[in-house]
Ligand binder design. Structure first.
Ligand code: ADP
Length: 449
């Protein structure tokens, strides 16, 4: 086991990793920017190092600074959390070259899954179903691209090959708007990822986003865990996640889980990762992408399985053998997570940074709150707006919804506009209460557009 882990991240995920380390008897080092001196992860860790100014590119993304912090403090491993450097294969390579363990998969696995087009080709070879598409980058004003779009059939979706966070995506309903959409998606992709390449695939109508947590050890053993349904999204970004999915039968779970395991095996995956699929109205499923890191929504899986995924991730990175097999993992109930973002849902989700006055976050039977904020804390404007995750476990879906609804009523975050009132509306919505909803749920049934 590692002796000291540096967490190259901030906020709630940093706190989450520190907690896992502490239970494993591993010392922790927090890094922070000049704007994050007062953040909870700095207070929770055994040691902390300032790695640069507020701008993420100069601190949390500053590889030389982070490596120096690990060397100065004698950390033998780095946990990247999610976002920032978590899926940067160059960072994994530098860690390795400096003799520091990267808590994640091998750099080759990150590389193979990082380019979405290459990943889709690889999945086809591994027998995992994929969405029909261009199989390569597309350009505007190309008659071949227009012909292919017609062949696939409108609507199609233009996506960034380096994509993430729903950026660089455009749905195209007819040929007239195709070229414009390609150019807009390229511009957005260049700004967000420094890479303008986009590809085209069939737009699956009223899809459900279903993903599988997988685990793998260095001895070639893999397991999949029960699915998460992440179909409640705004602008292709997840807001609510639940497990198991009301849509998925035991037979489909087994079939998709096996496909997820095959996807992981195709890239010799070690530690924990997530294979994302879209499921259409015929219950056909298609590989979308693999995230080679821990995800924001991992707690719903932890709640329904009782498995601490971050501890397992650390153990697997340290070379331990996988202790689980998919068929022995029991579903203990129904879990839901609501992401509480410092954003104003009534004003198109504009960020709402500032100083928190009174703060009350819910607890009680079956309620877990993962957060880094406290009363008097100032939310900086520089980073992700996620300030808390509320996760509930109920005996069944009805109990989980009732529990989440009551937990949300308890939330008080004075001075900060946040998404909790929106979540209350979702929990009260009849369509949501009846079962799995498609990714168009929020715009159609909550915002009425
Ligand atoms: P990102 O990496 O930016 O998160 P993903 O490929 O994971 O992008 O897609 C994010 C979301 O975009 C999906 O959950 C889904 O709602 C929507 N989406 C992506 N591809 C398609 C598609 N082919 N058809 C319909 N919706 C899609």
């Amino acid at each position: 086991m590692f002796k000291k882990i540096l967490i190259a991240n901030r906020g709630e995920i940093s706190c989450r990793v520190i907690r896992a380390c502490r239970e494993l008897g591993v010392k922790t080092v927090a890094v922070h920017s000049e704007a994050d001196k007062e953040c909870m992860h700095v207070k929770l860790a055994d040691q902390s190092v300032c790695v640069g100014p507020a701008l993420a590119s100069e601190s949390y993304l500053n590889i030389p600074s982070i490596i120096a912090a690990a060397e100065i403090t004698g950390a033998d491993a780095i946990h990247p959390g999610y976002g920032f450097l978590a899926e940067n294969m160059y960072f994994a390579e530098v860690c390795e070259a400096c003799g520091i363990h990267f808590i994640g998969p091998k750099k080759e696995s990150i590389e193979k899954m990082g380019d979405k087009i290459a990943a889709i080709e690889l999945m086809k070879k591994a027998g995992v179903p994929v969405v029909p598409g261009s199989g390569g980058p597309v350009e505007a004003d190309d008659p071949k691209v227009a012909a292919l779009a017609k062949k696939i059939g409108f609507p199609v979706i233009i996506k960034a090959t380096a994509g993430g966070g729903g950026k660089g995506m455009r749905i195209v309903v007819s040929e007239e708007t195709l070229d414009n959409a390609i150019i807009m998606a390229q511009t957005e992709a260049k700004a967000a990822f420094g890479n303008p390449d986009v590809y085209m695939e069939k737009y699956i109508e009223e899809p459900h986003h279903i993903e599988f947590q997988i685990m793998g050890d260095k001895f070639g053993h893999y397991a999949y865990l029960p699915e998460r349904d992440c179909s409640i999204q705004r602008r292709h970004q997840k807001l609510v996640e639940e497990s198991p999915s009301p849509l998925i039968s035991e037979a489909l779970r087994k079939k998709m889980g096996k496909a997820a395991k095959n996807a992981a095996a195709a890239v010799d995956y070690v530690t924990v990762g997530t294979v994302e699929f879209l499921v259409d109205k015929h219950n056909d499923f298609y590989f979308m992408e693999m995230n080679t890191r821990i995800q924001v929504e991992h707690p719903v899986t932890e709640m329904i399985t009782g498995i601490d995924l971050v501890k397992e991730q650390i153990k697997l990175a340290a070379g331990e053998k996988l202790e689980f097999s998919s068929d022995k993992i029991k579903i203990l109930g129904h879990a839901i997570e609501c992401r509480i973002n410092a954003e104003d849902p009534d004003k198109d989700f504009i960020p709402s940074p500032g100083t928190i006055g009174k703060l009350f976050l819910p607890g009680g039977m079956g309620v877990r709150t993962d957060t880094h904020v406290y009363s008097g804390y100032t939310i900086p404007p520089y980073y992700d707006s996620l300030i808390a995750k509320i996760i509930v476990l109920g005996e069944d879906r009805d109990e989980a919804i009732a529990r989440m609804a009551r937990a949300l009523k308890e939330v008080e975050i004075e001075n900060i506009k946040n998404t909790s009132p929106l979540h209350s509306k979702i929990m009260a919505n009849e369509k949501f209460r009846k079962g799995s909803v498609a990714t168009d749920f929020l715009p159609k049934y909550i915002f009425g557009r």
